[in-house]
Design a binder for this molecule. Structure first.
Ligand code: KG4
Ligand code: ZN
Length: 324
């Protein structure tokens, strides 16, 4: 057995997990900070870093205890090196380094986006090659994976990420943070054809969601209260999912990929999953909801399938995501 203990602190979830052979979850602890940030309408980076600092050791200890493994049975300690908020990443990286030193285990630095894709290996038989649609709060990319760790980005957003568009539109509709799940829920009882929002015409496999967001804003400004929230949510969701599905299927065809993989928080979206299930000519994999939004099990899976030991001086990348 090859089991990794992983730590994830890229944004507002303090998470630790132990996963065996990249597929079998032995423990998976996620401590969300959402309640702390809700009062600000989005994640405040410094507050997030302080929260991680207070909770990360307890979360790691819990994940280790629940796994039933002794430290010497682990193959290594993995951590999210980036992209993410610089202060929160440093907290997780420091904790992981301390545990790797104390337990005398290799330290594996993991890319957060690759980890989201690797969430699909958990409890599944997935193997490369495949086309991945990565849709998170900070990124929207189409990636061609020819092997576990070789991914070529063939398209991405030129402005807002899809999750970011969800969160901004949710705020417009007075739904709070994070907006994706709330819009998804409302959209299920709305009319997706009530408003004709633009899907954004960008060439090739790239995306643009800022025009869509502005179009929702202009529409809301012209409406009087109470807002038809369900119809607005359903029409917005229709525009976002339509373009995501269309471009992913086109990429799958061009690259002759035998399967499609959905990854990142927006991959939890019901309409997106339904559309892929209806329209894709090849099998579509999506992570279990428990490992779809930020978690550490996916980081452990990435360490198993793609990891190589990190240098202790491994840097972290920064991503500013201030939502005020
Ligand atoms: O991957 P993730 O947990 O964190 C990042 O790495 O950014 O993604 C969070 C994003 C948020 O923007 C959230 O609103 C969105 O995923 N999200 C959803 C749904 N669940 C979470 N968007 C649409 N539909 C959902 N059901
Ligand atoms: Zn994420």
């Amino acid at each position: 057995m090859n089991a990794y203990l992983a730590v994830e602190t890229s944004c507002d979830e303090t998470a630790a997990a132990v996963v065996a052979d990249g597929r079998r979850v032995l423990s998976d602890v996620v401590l969300s900070q959402i309640e702390v940030h809700q009062q600000f309408g989005g994640v405040v980076p410094e507050v997030a870093a302080r929260q991680h600092l207070e909770t990360v050791n307890g979360v790691i200890e819990q994940a280790l205890n629940e796994s039933g493994l002794a430290p010497k049975e682990l193959a290594g300690i993995a951590f999210t090196a980036g992209p993410g908020l610089i202060g929160t990443l440093l907290t997780g990286a420091s904790a992981a380094k301390a545990y790797s030193w104390a337990f005398d285990l290799p330290l594996i630095a993991v890319d957060h986006l690759l980890a989201h894709v690797c969430a699909n290996y958990i409890d599944s038989d997935l193997e490369p090659p495949f086309i991945a649609l990565l849709v998170s709060g900070g990124h929207t990319q189409i990636i061609h994976f020819s092997s576990y760790s070789q991914g070529q980005i063939i398209g991405q957003t030129i402005d807002d990420a899809s999750g970011e568009a969800y969160d901004k539109v949710a705020r417009l509709l007075g739904l709070g943070y994070p907006g994706g799940p709330a819009i998804d829920q409302l959209a299920q009882s709305g009319n997706p054809k009530a408003f004709a929002f633009p899907e954004g015409s960008v060439a090739g496999y790239d995306f643009s969601f800022s025009g869509l967001k502005t179009s929702v804003l202009r529409t809301v400004e012209k409406l009087s209260a109470p807002l038809p929230q369900e119809d607005l949510a359903a029409s917005f969701q229709e525009a976002v999912t339509k373009v995501l599905v269309k471009k992913t299927l086109a990429a799958c065809k061009e690259f002759n990929a035998p399967r499609i993989v959905l990854a990142g928080g927006v991959a939890a979206n019901k309409t997106l999953r339904r559309k892929f299930a209806e329209l894709s000519p090849v099998p579509v994999y999506s992570p279990a909801l428990s490992v779809c939004t930020d978690n550490a099990a996916m980081v452990a899976a990435a360490a198993h399938f793609c990891g190589k030991p990190a240098q202790l001086s491994e840097g972290v990348y920064s991503r500013q995501r201030i939502r005020r």
